[in-house]
Design a protein around this ligand. Structure first.
Ligand code: CDV
Length: 311
């Protein structure tokens, strides 16, 4: 059997601080139309795809911070994307900064939504593994203030049956944590969508510039293989506001092999025909969870955060 979903990763080159939403949406629409011409039924855009990666800036004025957020989704600026999705019959994943009023208070999340081919929002994910720090830290090579601007996501890692398969979402740093994939793997996920903004340099130093791309692909490929799922990982890349972001957008298949890979740091489409039925073999053999997992030995995974070496 084959159950093919043609998916496009819409890598985006840098978005500068001065770029407005309208110019960004224009670029995204061009990518969406190209994806449609190449037969895609789903397009994945990056994390915080509508703006520059603002958590690199220390901003004290709350109104200025909130200008980077979307208070409604869809809103007039992004409506053309939803309209095009419906007209073309193509779904998309979109990462953005979400401002919401819930439980009588204002909340801010690093969010991704899954929109189906009718332009309807099917699912929402709020980033769980927020990297970086909350207070400005002059010791760092650059600031990464996600913990200042966002709350930890409160929706877990749900999956959705749509577009002919079982789809999940995560965002950037989530991909470095095996728990992310496994929680979705335990719900039978067949395709995990993720956008990222990964600085080429570790803000805390280290000699790892040349390793950043390897670590990125290592995590994606391991997550795909160990859960027998496709993973579609899409960057915002290039020199953004003087900060270099890695590219390397890729689609990994359920064997862990990369089946499509970006070659630039610009707006670039990667496309793959993903046969979701390929996920079945790994799920029924090496990674037959019901047969082989031993959760009675995994208690520490949920009971503690930091490591506790013996005395
Ligand atoms: N936006 C991110 O989550 N970036 C992190 C960096 C800070 C390590 C990442 O995992 O790529």
């Amino acid at each position: 059997m084959t159950r093919i979903l043609t998916v496009a990763g819409a890598q985006m080159g840098p978005i500068q601080r001065a770029d407005d939403r309208a110019s960004v949406i224009e670029r995204m629409l061009a990518l969406l139309h190209r994806a449609h011409r190449r037969g895609a039924g789903l397009v994945v855009f990056p994390e915080l795809a509508l703006t520059t990666f603002f958590p690199r800036w220390v901003i004290d004025d709350q109104a200025e911070v909130d200008a980077w957020f979307e208070a409604g989704m869809p809103n007039p600026a992004v409506q053309p994307l939803f309209d095009a999705a419906r007209t073309l019959g193509i779904g998309f994943y979109l990462g953005y900064a979400e401002l919401t009023h819930e439980g009588g208070r204002t909340r801010r999340f690093n969010t991704a939504i899954l929109v189906d081919e009718t332009g309807t929002i099917l699912g929402k994910y709020r980033k769980v593994h927020l990297p970086g720090h909350a207070e400005p830290d002059p010791a760092r090579l650059h600031q990464h203030l996600e913990k200042r601007y966002f709350e930890v996501g409160d929706l877990g890692f749900p999956v959705w049956r749509t577009l002919g398969g079982v789809m999940g979402m995560c965002i950037c740093n989530d991909r470095r944590w095996p728990e992310t994939y496994r929680v979705m793997g335990l719900q039978g996920v067949e395709m995990i969508l993720l956008g990222y903004n990964t600085p080429a340099q570790n803000a805390q130093g280290g000699e790892e510039v040349h390793l950043r791309m390897m670590h990125h692909h290592l995590c994606i490929q391991a997550g795909a293989y160990q859960n027998s799922s496709f993973v579609v990982a899409v960057a915002k890349a290039g020199l953004e506001d003087g900060h270099d972001l890695i590219g390397g957008s890729c689609i990994a298949g359920p064997t862990g092999a990369i089946v499509a890979l970006a070659t630039t740091q610009k707006d670039e489409l990667i496309v793959a025909d993903c046969d979701l039925d390929q996920c079945a073999f790994g799920k029924a053999s090496v990674f037959d969870f019901a047969a082989h997992r031993r959760p009675e030995h995994y208690g520490r995974i949920t009971a503690q955060t930091g490591a506790t070496p013996p005395p």
